[in-house]
Design a protein around this ligand. Structure first.
Ligand code: DGI
Ligand code: FE
Ligand code: FE
Length: 189
């Protein structure tokens, strides 16, 4: 999977900030893949590179893609435009780029909400989006410490942080986010 072939398209679809973010998430996903013993760090890199490919599309373009790809938004999703790029992104990568690797597509599809039963690559991409070099938020040092301990403590923290942040802003929390958090919180000491 040669990633260089996708750089011109990324540059075209993304603004400078998002382009740099995508490269940083790719690097971090590859680093975490190696750290966690995931067998295909190059796939983790590519997933990171492409994960936000539809992020800069306008709301109307996102909704057009939903229609074209047969994505049906439920009421919560329709009212949460920030969730759309994960859904349209996965289908864009499948339909427009011809990438059929279900593991990679799943990682992009669930990179914003997470879900119960996340694959290792889904976990890696979800976390890399929080700890990539370009990220700067009050808890980033704690997140970076936790990802180096292991995926489970880091996911529990990141999912809990996201839920608290959304509640603080009076935003709806997607069931996938709750289910991801509950599964991990219930399984950990
Ligand atoms: O695309 P990025 O900015 O790199 O990161 P992301 O794909 O994780 O998107 C983060 C945004 O998505 C952030 O503004 C919060 C929002 N978000 C994440 N989970 C949920 C959510 N918004 C709602 N309403 N519900 C969720 O469960
Ligand atoms: Fe994203
Ligand atoms: Fe991202």
């Amino acid at each position: 999977m040669a990633f260089e072939q996708y750089l011109p398209l990324l540059h075209e679809r993304l603004d400078d900030y998002r382009y740099r973010h995508s490269l940083a998430v790719a690097e971090e996903a590859e680093r975490l893949a190696k750290r966690y013993g995931y067998p295909d760090p190059a796939k983790a890199y590519l997933a990171g590179l492409l994960h936000d490919i539809t992020k800069n599309a306008s709301a109307s373009e996102q909704l057009q893609m939903c229609q074209r790809f047969g994505i049906i938004l439920n009421d919560l999703e329709r009212g949460a435009p920030k969730l759309w790029h994960a859904m349209t992104g996965a289908d864009y990568i499948r339909r427009e780029l011809g990438i059929e690797d279900e593991e990679l597509l799943g990682a992009v599809r669930y990179h914003t909400t997470g879900r119960a039963g996340m694959s290792r690559l889904e976990q890696i991409l979800y976390l890399a989006d929080f700890t990539s070099a370009d990220r700067d938020y009050p808890d980033v040092a704690e997140m970076r410490r936790l990802v180096d301990i292991g995926p489970m403590p880091a996911l529990r923290y990141a999912l809990g942080f996201t839920i608290c942040d959304l509640v603080g802003k009076h935003l709806p929390v997607h069931p996938d986010t709750f289910e991801a958090y509950n599964e991990i919180a219930a399984a950990m000491p």
